[in-house]
Design a protein around this ligand. Structure first.
Ligand SMILES: [Fe+2]
Ligand SMILES: [Fe+2]
Length: 323
């Protein structure tokens, strides 16, 4: 990197530090403000919960589905932030005796992700106070983090940028404009979004910096590892779709037969794939950064892998025949 590039880079890290200081918030004082959740309100907007995909449900049942998904949304973010934070701390090592502004930006990033995990644990408990007992989220964030961090840094940063960009997209396109949402739920994601905006910039800086050190062969392996990570995310989503569909069926107050149960599970999976895989994969900036780093045939490999995640009914049927 030449001297001018180095200055431009330092300037981008410096702007992240400056914004991070300006927008910083406190969980109780700024976000919760002594409020509670109210089940009369929606938690997730229809555009994220894909309410229309739950064709057999009444309006009230769709609201319940959105509340279950809202709780899972908080839990999934808490889960992914465990590995994101560990990777950020690892990357900070490269700056220990180098650019101290970049180091400060990553330390703040890490501190924010620790706070966000605490926020999402708090939200899970608060939603638990107002929804029926029996909700399960049995995925261990540490086990997931160990598995993810076993892949190359390039692959982990690709997944991380994807996640941190779709967080912002969900807030701006779906959560912020929906006037029917719980004000508290909305605020959780407003405050989260304010700090995530810097994270996505830092992910990109770190990803591009790391990419420049890779050989073509290493990058090609990393593309495969990124595809493996997306498949692993889908495995988590399949398990949670099953758990959430079962919880809905036992708590919705009426009988749900096997055929309807399978449709509900497939609709949960379709919504979760939209939230955590396809909305990020279609994010224009993610596509732009990714395609600047990979070849056309590597891009086709990624697209082919994404195309296999389009038929939730078939996935659920295959999984239940394996049981
Ligand atoms: Fe976060
Ligand atoms: Fe983040």
């Amino acid at each position: 990197m030449n001297a001018i590039d180095r200055m431009l880079h330092t300037d981008r890290y410096a702007r992240c530090v400056e914004t991070s200081k300006r927008v910083r918030w406190d969980i109780e004082r700024d976000v919760i403000r002594a409020r509670r959740f109210d089940v009369a309100h929606k938690f997730l907007p229809d555009g994220l919960s894909l309410a229309d995909a739950f064709t057999s449900l009444s309006a009230d049942e769709k609201r319940f589905v959105g509340q279950i998904q809202g709780r899972t949304y908080a839990n999934i973010f808490g889960l992914v932030e465990r590995f994101i934070n560990a990777k950020v701390l690892e990357l900070s090592h490269d700056h220990w005796f180098g650019d101290q502004v970049a180091l400060e930006a990553l330390v703040r990033f890490s501190d924010e992700e620790l706070k966000h995990q605490a926020l999402f644990r708090r939200i899970d408990a608060m939603i638990g106070e107002v929804l029926p007992d029996g909700y399960r989220f049995d995925i261990d964030p540490n086990a997931v983090a160990h598995a993810v961090l076993g892949k190359s840094t390039w692959a982990v940063l690709a997944l991380t940028l994807d996640i941190e960009l779709f967080t912002q997209l969900h807030y701006r396109q779906s959560i912020e404009p929906d006037s029917e949402l719980s004000e508290l739920f909305k605020d959780v994601f407003l405050y989260h979004w304010r700090e995530e905006s810097q994270h996505a910039i830092l992910d990109e800086l770190e990803w591009v910096r790391h990419d420049a050190e890779l050989t073509d062969e290493k990058r090609d392996q990393a593309v495969d590892e990124f595809i493996e990570l997306v498949a692993a995310v889908d495995g988590i989503l399949q398990a949670q779709a099953k758990a959430d569909a079962r919880y809905f069926a036992t708590k919705c107050g009426r009988a749900v037969n096997d055929a309807e149960g399978r449709m509900i599970e497939a609709a949960f999976l379709e919504a979760y794939r939209w939230q955590y895989i396809h909305s990020g994969a279609q994010h224009p900036h993610f596509g732009k950064v990714l395609s600047s780093l990979i070849t056309e045939s590597q891009g086709q490999r990624i697209q082919a892998a994404l195309d296999t995640l389009n038929d939730p009914m078939a996935t659920c049927a295959a999984a239940s025949s394996d049981d």
